[in-house]
Design a protein around this ligand. Structure first.
Ligand code: C5P
Length: 313
């Protein structure tokens, strides 16, 4: 007797990285509800992995999730990955029929753009699954409409971001930088942090167009692969806002500094704290200090720069 097994549904897997903003300079709130940014992103080797599987016509989008804090991730249209599948389908004139599985490797709602990485990975995955053959430029345009951090998750490595953070220019770097992240169980909402930034700076406080002039030393440190100089140049205009919403993060920063971090600061809109270490060994030591002091709900040792959204074989 022979068994005719059903052929497995076609599926593709894509990895996209989380990020840290080495510098984040924020301008005054614009009429479109966004703030102009001047930022330097670095992708780190913490990856979201998205599996996109073909489903019967008319089945629509479904999302399943696993990984730490998976229970915090929405499974409906509010998930950026869902909207990424819809946007790509609309662009190529198809129905958005796909099952998305998100394996979370980036802290959830932590200011490390894990949700944006899911969206970037979904664009690349659906493009491959549906054999749409879109160029990287087409994907980047769709990414920019989804959210300010999505284009960088496509691109990866290290890049200067302007506009809402979505206009990218790759930056030169040398070597590998060792990072350790302290994540918190309770995330911070990006719009809430930007709102506190507005309250703290006042209507006239922020500059119209933040520029990169003040990041010359940072760019030089990246080119030279000089982690000590990079640590001194790290900057985040949203840090005061994040700290005023979560004062306990001051201690997380202090613990890293006492453990010899080359720099320690809030990552993006927080509440994750990023510390730059001298080596992988040193990153593990900072992580151990955070754990011993109860200054983090979870710790993540990694390095950057890392590649952008990429199909897995
Ligand atoms: O672009 P994204 O959808 O990720 O942004 C989420 C929210 O964060 C925006 O709706 C806005 O309130 C705030 N934001 C901002 N300025 C930016 C990026 C985000 O005010 N450059």
């Amino acid at each position: 007797m022979t068994h005719l097994a059903a052929a497995p549904s076609p599926s593709v897997r894509v990895r996209a990285p989380g990020k840290v903003n080495l510098s984040l300079r924020v301008g005054a709130l614009q009429d479109d509800g966004h703030h102009p940014l001047s930022t330097i992103f670095q992708a780190v080797s913490l990856y979201e992995e998205v599996t996109a599987t073909q489903v019967p016509e008319g089945a629509g989008v479904t999302i399943t999730v696993d990984g730490p804090q998976a229970d915090l991730v929405p499974l409906d249209r509010t998930n950026l990955a869902w909207r990424a599948a819809e946007a790509l389908a609309a662009h190529v004139g198809m129905a958005p029929d796909v099952a998305l599985h998100l394996a979370k490797g980036v802290p959830v709602a932590g200011g490390m753009a894990g949700g944006s990485a899911d969206a970037a990975a979904t664009l690349v995955a659906c493009d491959a699954l549906w054999q749409a053959g879109l160029s990287r430029d087409d994907l980047a345009a769709l990414a920019a409409d989804l959210g300010a951090d999505v284009p960088f998750a496509l691109l990866g490595h290290t890049a200067v971001g302007t506009g809402r953070g979505h206009l990218l220019t790759p930056a030169m770097t040398r070597g590998e930088f060792h990072w350790v992240f302290a994540a918190q169980a309770e995330g911070l909402s990006t719009p809430v942090v930007f709102g506190r930034f507005d309250e703290l700076t006042g209507p006239a406080g922020a500059v119209e167009e933040p520029g990169l002039e003040e990041d010359t030393a940072l760019m030089q440190a990246l080119r030279a692969g000089d982690a000590v100089a990079l640590g001194q140049a790290l900057h985040n205009d949203l840090q005061a806002a994040a700290l005023s919403l979560r004062p306990e993060l001051e201690r997380t920063i202090d613990v890293a500094t006492e453990a010899g971090a080359l720099g320690a600061f809030v990552s993006g809109s927080g509440p994750t704290v990023a510390a730059l270490a001298r080596s992988r060994q040193h990153a593990l030591a900072i992580a151990a200090s955070w754990t011993a002091e109860g200054a983090a709900d979870s710790v993540w040792c990694t390095s950057g720069p890392a590649h952008g959204a990429r199909l897995l074989p």
